[in-house]
Design a binder for this molecule. Structure first.
Ligand SMILES: *[C@@H]1O[C@H](CO)[C@@H](O)[C@H](O)[C@H]1NC(C)=O
Ligand SMILES: *[C@@H]1O[C@H](CO)[C@@H](O)[C@H](O)[C@H]1NC(C)=O
Ligand SMILES: *[C@@H]1O[C@H](CO)[C@@H](O)[C@H](O)[C@H]1NC(C)=O
Ligand SMILES: *[C@@H]1O[C@H](CO)[C@@H](O)[C@H](O)[C@H]1NC(C)=O
Length: 190
């Protein structure tokens, strides 16, 4: 190989490695870190407010939903990447995500699939693992479910992207939707 070929090969390899490992960034361009609190906000206006816990039906467990308006305060979440040695949340890499909040329910505030909705409770299974990918609009992200780090040999019948529906006036997140809710991440309060 010539030096040029070697160099371009190295650059290509670096580009591929970089794409696979891009950190997910907050709105000021800093990587999201394990264990730090972030608010999740819709990237577009008129699609509800910040992410929060929603009492879907006057009972536990609580569901993952949104404030009705941008005036709502929301609740922060904390990410826990699947790989214990990983301190940064990266595109395409599995994590668990939990609201940093106390509730009266026995279930933890960790997100998990609950039918087509996203509920709460850590059952230690694959339904607790989500990942984030880039949205179609620059600097926005989409949360998805399709565990791969947590289960490399799994071939899921159905993978999903997180969208939102309104049920009895409450905004709830669903994962099996055609609609998608692009989001951004901020440390600041909602
Ligand atoms: C709410 O709970 C009631 C009583 O348990 C049940 O009949 C109803 O289907 C539930 N609604 C939803 C949206 O889960
Ligand atoms: C949104 O409005 C509905 C209907 O008034 C209410 O039941 C629900 O609790 C509100 N959601 C939040 C997160 O406050
Ligand atoms: C973290 O652990 C995983 C799995 O053991 C390994 O593939 C990866 O290279 C490690 N990353 C770092 C930054 O050490
Ligand atoms: C983004 O993260 C950096 C580093 O953690 C922090 O200093 C900054 O305030 C954050 N910006 C927003 C908008 O959350």
């Amino acid at each position: 190989m010539t030096i040029i070929q070697t160099l371009s090969f190295m650059l290509l390899a670096m580009a591929i490695a970089a794409t696979a490992q891009n950190p997910v960034l907050n709105t000021s361009g800093w990587p999201l870190h394990r264990g730090i609190k972030y608010y999740i906000k819709p990237a577009i206006t008129d699609h509800g407010g910040c992410f929060t816990l929603v009492d879907r039906n006057r009972s536990c467990p609580l569901y993952v939903g949104q404030e009705n308006t941008s005036a709502g305060r929301g609740l922060p979440v904390k990410f826990a990447p699947f790989f214990k040695n990983e301190t940064v949340v990266r595109e395409g890499k599995d994590f668990k995500v939990s609201f940093a909040a106390a509730t009266t329910c026995v279930q933890s505030t960790t997100w998990k699939l609950d039918g087509e909705f996203i509920g709460t409770g850590d059952d230690g299974g694959y339904s607790n693992y989500f990942y984030i990918s880039l949205g179609e609009v620059e600097k926005t992200y989409v949360i998805r479910w399709c565990p791969s780090d947590a289960c490399p040999s799994c071939r899921w019948l159905r993978c999903g992207q997180v969208g939102a529906v309104v049920e009895n006036g409450k905004r709830l997140l669903i994962w099996a939707s055609r609609s998608v809710l692009p989001v951004v991440f901020e440390k600041a309060n909602c």
